[in-house]
Write a protein that binds this ligand. Structure first.
Ligand code: 16G
Length: 168
């Protein structure tokens, strides 16, 4: 898995440096609240009413956990809106010789920007980053309708492994 290999799979060719006309891929920043980051997340799941202050507190909390939260966004610079986002969360471990596990989370692309390979780009970038920071594996959870999509990006449903959950 390397970026040159990934780049070859984009038609038309896009990359983290050039996600498309007027599009910019970059880390989440404090001012993204005003660029619709929270509304974007609500296309993925329930978000609730998150105030600017709550967003900023959570952003600073995550930022203070070094090398843990890598939140990437795609901004449409022509509208100043965040139109794609995804997170890599790095979980430190004792297993695998004190290694770390990467989790790809909260991948979302504004429904008006679908079909531009932006979801794939976000996942590829976060997966490559996970490898680069030393994770021994990268995993994600998704619903049935997304299994084919993530399979195409190299994720495998491992036999005998089950995702289980308790909701609160
Ligand atoms: C999807 C997301 C997951 C997110 C969850 C939210 C990806 C690959 N998966 O499964 O990260 O946390 O949706 O759903 O983006 P929930 O609100 O039901 O927990």
């Amino acid at each position: 898995l390397n970026f040159d290999h990934c780049l070859a799979t984009y038609k038309p060719p896009i990359s983290h440096r050039y996600p498309g006309e007027d599009l910019l891929m970059r880390p989440l920043c404090l001012s993204d609240y005003d660029r619709g980051f929270i509304q974007l997340l609500s296309q993925l799941t329930k978000v609730g009413d998150v105030t600017k202050g709550e967003f900023e507190d959570q952003f600073c909390h995550m930022k203070s956990c070094s090398d843990t939260y890598f939140i990437t966004v795609i901004e449409d610079t022509s509208s100043g809106q965040v139109i794609g986002a995804g997170s890599l969360v790095v979980e430190q471990k004792f297993i695998h010789h004190c290694s770390a596990r990467g989790r790809v989370e909260d991948i979302v692309v504004n429904n008006q920007y679908r079909g531009k390979q932006l979801g794939k780009l976000l996942v590829d970038v976060l997966t490559l980053l996970s490898k680069k920071v030393g994770c021994y594996k990268t995993s994600l959870e998704c619903n049935d309708s997304m299994v084919q999509f993530y399979s195409q990006l190299g994720f495998v449903k491992e036999e005998g492994q089950n995702y289980m959950c308790q909701r609160f």
